[in-house]
Design a protein around this ligand. Structure first.
Ligand code: NAP
Length: 310
């Protein structure tokens, strides 16, 4: 019985150390030194597509250390019928909320304008705007989106959230569900935040049709996946003033190639997929619990619904 760490060797030490602290009897293997394939019963993977996992005949479960599993579900080496768990971790949720709140406050308090004014040695007395002046929408009211929406509502933003199924979204948040509710959700939003999983239904969703109902000069924040965004439509929306700014943490190709025009676009703020990272210190206990559940044949925590794609 062995746990195989199947990707990102630089992360392996961090996770195995945290897991070994919880249970010293665990037996780890590291890709590609898995030894006898029939001894591997649990695989932990990170953000890269795994190799061929069908070679492990006794594999009981696959655990992702990432919240999004789109890369995994599209992998040709994924064995059918083996349950997959994604990462839900308070450290990850907290860091995503921090990142989004920080970016939203920068928009509200006109950070780019003030930084440009200082650079130009200009005393720019902007009329102060407050959170309560802003209509903010979160696409995806799941683990991350609901925490972000809750914290922004507490700051006073006029919050809306969109999901597949209706939600009891908490104080100050209006829930919209399903494709038919999308136009009402988008109507005159000042800030649109994407926290959807990447699935065939959500790929390329951030396009001209999506931007049209927003308030003139709205801001887009994409912290989900690069393939949610139609890049040409974003550039056109920034050129026309339909959008005034985009804050992007995720890209179709990562690392973003040096020649990509996003790097130098004056209205794009980009960060290198750092909005939220799973923390081994807080995430390891759920992984251990899932290892125990998998070996006992029990349903996993945070099990992915393969048909839904998240
Ligand atoms: P989650 O808990 O699975 O939540 C997903 C939400 O999206 C749910 O509310 C779901 O609706 C909604 N949704 C899915 N498909 C939809 C559709 N077709 N129409 C409307 N709503 C839809 O996921 P999470 O843990 O919050 O993570 C969200 C995503 O964030 C991940 O998949 C990942 O891509 C991204 N992420 C990025 C970073 C980063 O560093 N940039 C870090 C972690 C995660 P229901 O509730 O009705 O099912």
């Amino acid at each position: 019985m062995a746990i195989l760490y199947a990707a990102e060797p630089e992360e392996a030490a961090l996770w195995t150390e945290a897991l070994a602290e919880l249970d010293g009897s665990l037996n780890f293997r590291f890709w590609p030194d898995w030894g006898d394939p029939s001894e591997v019963d649990f695989v932990i993977i990170g953000g890269k597509s795994p190799g061929d996992l069908t070679i492990f005949p006794k594999l009981k479960a696959i655990q992702s250390t990432w919240a999004g599993v789109n890369h995994l579900l599209r992998s040709p080496g994924l064995p059918r019928g083996v349950p997959i768990a994604r990462m839900v971790d308070q450290g990850l949720t907290g860091s995503m909320t921090e990142f989004v709140v920080y970016q939203v406050l920068d928009v509200i308090r006109q950070g780019p304008e003030l930084r440009a004014a200082q650079k130009a040695v200009t005393w720019l007395e902007l009329i102060a705007r407050q959170a309560s002046d802003f209509r903010v929408g979160v696409l995806g009211l799941g683990t991350l989106g609901s925490d972000v929406a809750g914290k922004l509502a507490a700051l006073g933003c006029q919050m809306r959230g969109w999901s597949r199924s209706p939600k009891e979204a908490g104080p100050g948040i209006t829930s919209f569900a399903g494709a038919e509710a999308l136009p009402a959700f988008l109507d005159q939003l000042d800030i649109l935040i994407c926290l959807l999983p990447l699935t065939p239904d959500t790929e390329n969703l951030l396009d001209a049709k999506m931007f049209a109902p927003l308030a003139e000069g709205a801001v887009l924040i994409n912290v989900a996946r690069g393939a949610h965004l139609n890049e040409a439509d974003l550039l056109a929306a920034l050129a026309s003033g339909r959008l005034s700014r985009a804050i992007l943490d995720v890209f179709r190709e990562e690392p973003l190639p040096a020649g990509h025009h996003f790097w130098r676009h004056p209205r794009i703020t980009l960060t290198p997929h750092v909005a939220a990272i799973t923390r081994a210190g807080t995430g390891a206990s759920d992984i251990l619990e899932n290892y125990r559940r998998a070996t006992a044949g029990k349903p996993l925590l945070n099990q992915v619904d393969v048909a839904k794609g998240y």
